[in-house]
Design a protein around this ligand. Structure first.
Ligand code: ATP
Ligand code: MG
Length: 574
């Protein structure tokens, strides 16, 4: 007897003992009930059906987590099926990226299929429907078909070609396939009901003529099935039990059920859930493609993009995304999720897993006048206070260091407790230092801070119990490695990027400050050989990830997330 799995897929970047957070939801309830009742012989099979016309985004991640996650829970399996019914928009690059992204999220598909694998079967079934008097060849143009369609309040009008004989329909359909007719001159339509209150049931088009090369079938076909004719039958061919999709397909379900019934084939069950929307974020492949084509971003994997490849490059972890998707849950109405929630799950995961290092983004030289010239000490630094087993490392300390420009003020404001003339602070893992003087350039800017240190405070505590109010990070000037840091902010300035003035489009809401490049950062030497994709917490600054643009001479880091949500604060200030 089958029993549901209590743990979900163990995956890359995730430890098996830490199952994805999962709460109950209506999809799981439906599947659990079917499982219990023995429907489909207690078999659970799902599919993830992307159209390969762009890169996957975080909305797709939600669908992936549901499709794969729920099947896993009930000992089932999931197929990856490319819905490649539209020959003109699909590219192999997209197919490859989709497979990479699903794998990276930590899921494994059982079967790998393409809707185009089913073109022969779909054609055969179309012939069967014609023979049964349930489909006909229509000579109306696309425009005329639309005009005959009616509206939500008015019924449609029947096409004058609706009552052709079966023989004539079979002949015309065969000749459509043989390439006798130009694009758009004819269609095959299901003969259902032009007066149906559901417009999807008003004799929907099943096939159109399109003399176009297909990325897999080449020039074999010049007629292509419509998505609505292909989707449900593809599920059925694969014997998918639970076909989960987003709410906009609810009105199409009666049509899928009609095809299944008329053809007498395996009855997959479609269940709809809400689309993921995130504030300040666009989740539409078409619009994301526009950003790529217009060079508003560096590519599909620009770290500001909500694509899986973009957030991967930015440093998000698969586990953070899975946890986020689980926490977002599912509902039967569309809503919007706060971007801060996504960042929360990213920070939560990175806080537990990323090694800490010291980096200075905007360096200011600090010279310890009473520290011996030429001396270097190796200071013990904790790699991850959240994980003792991550151990410690040595960080070189010397007479000349870099500190953050922000950590020094010549005239400190009231609440400012960091370094300023006459004030003593702690250098993390180092010593107490006290600012004695500064050196300025011609413009009057402080370019060097001179301090004295207390040799008795090694490691960060003074034996006389004296307190300091601030601890700042640093790197040793002669040991530091150069790096570029790319600091990201939201790509759009409005919670709903589609909220625009008349005559404008979403690009008018692009945030001109979404990328800031810090060209001359300094980092402790322990990260010298870091590989692209390595993630760190730069102490006090945020989470950073090594970008593939890094070279032997210069590491490039993407800021994955700041430590705190600065955006919310900025907004509050107005
Ligand atoms: P887009 O509008 O971005 O092109 P789509 O729905 O056309 O999205 P598909 O490739 O057809 O993209 O989607 C594959 C699967 O992912 C479908 O089952 C779809 O319902 C689901 N999906 C797409 N976008 C979202 C989203 N924002 N939230 C949840 N699921 C989504
Ligand atoms: Mg689509």
């Amino acid at each position: 007897m089958n029993t549901p799995n209590s743990s979900t897929t163990a995956a890359s970047d995730s430890k098996p003992e830490e199952p994805v957070v999962s709460a109950s939801n209506f999809l799981r309830d439906i599947i659990a009930e079917d499982f219990r009742a023995g429907k489909y012989d207690s078999r659970v099979q799902t599919r993830f059906p992307p159209e390969p016309n762009g890169y996957l985004h975080i909305g797709h991640a939600k669908a992936i987590c549901l499709d794969f996650g729920l099947a896993d829970e009930f000992n089932g399996h999931t197929n990856l099926r490319f819905d490649d019914t539209n020959p003109e928009k699909e590219e192999t690059e997209y197919v490859d990226s989709i497979m990479e992204d699903v794998r990276w999220l930590g899921f494994h598909w059982e079967g790998l299929y393409y809707a185009s694998d089913y073109f022969d079967q779909l054609y055969e079934w179309a012939v069967k429907l014609i023979q049964a008097g349930k489909a006909y060849v229509d000579d109306l143009s696309a425009d005329e078909v639309r005009k005959h369609r009616g509206t939500l309040t008015e019924p449609g009008k029947e096409s004058p070609y609706r009552n052709r004989s079966v023989e004539e329909n079979l002949d015309l359909f065969e000749r459509m396939r043989a390439g006798e007719f130009p694009d758009g001159s004819r269609t095959l339509r299901a003969k259902i009901d032009m007066a149906s209150p559901n417009v999807n049931m008003r004799d929907p088009v099943m096939y159109r003529i399109l003399h176009a090369e297909h990325h897999r079938t080449g020039d074999k076909w010049c007629i292509y099935p419509m998505y609505d004719y292909a989707h449900g039958q593809s599920d059925s061919i694969e014997r998918v039990t639970h076909s989960m999709c987003t709410l906009e397909f609810a009105d199409h379900r009666p049509l899928y059920d009609w095809f299944i019934r008329e053809l007498g084939i395996f009855p997959s069950q479609q269940i709809e859930f809400d689309r993921l929307n995130i504030t300040y974020t666009l989740l539409s492949k078409r619009k994301l493609l526009q950003l790529v084509q217009d060079k508003q971003v560096s590519g599909w994997d620009d770290p500001r993009m909500p694509t899986i490849s973009g957030i991967r490059r930015r440093g998000y972890t698969p586990r953070a995304i899975r946890n986020f998707c689980a926490a977002v849950g599912v509902s039967r109405t569309n809503g919007s999720t706060d971007f801060a929630m996504l960042e929360h799950f990213v920070r939560e995961d990175l806080n537990r897993t990323s090694p800490r290092v010291m980096a200075v983004l905007r360096p200011l030289k600090l010279v310890i006048d009473n520290y011996p010239e030429g001396e270097v000490e190796e200071m013990d630094a904790i790699n991850n206070p959240e994980n003792e087993s991550a151990g410690t490392r040595k960080v070189p300390f010397s007479r000349e260091l870099y500190i953050e420009q922000d950590d020094f003020r010549e005239d400190p404001p009231k609440q400012y407790h960091r370094l300023s003339p006459g004030r003593e602070v702690r250098l993390r893992y180092g010593y107490f230092v006290k600012c004695m003087s500064v050196v300025k350039n011609d413009r009057g800017e402080v370019v060097e801070v001179h301090c004295t240190y207390d040799p008795a405070s090694r490691g960060g505590n003074s034996p006389d119990g004296r307190k300091v109010k601030a601890t700042i990070h640093w790197v040793s000037a002669q040991h530091a490695i150069d790096a570029e840091a790319r600091l990201y902010d939201k790509l759009f300035t409005k919670p709903n990027p589609g909220d625009v003035e008349e005559g404008q489009d979403f690009t008018s809401n692009l945030n001109p400050e979404s990328l800031e490049v810090v060209a001359a950062a300094k980092i402790e030497p322990s990260v010298r050989d870091a590989k692209a994709g390595s993630r760190y917490q730069f102490e006090r600054l945020g989470y950073f990830c090594v970008d593939p643009d890094s070279t032997a001479g210069k590491l490039v880091f993407n800021r994955t997330a700041s430590l705190k949500d600065t955006w919310a604060k900025i907004e509050k200030r107005g």
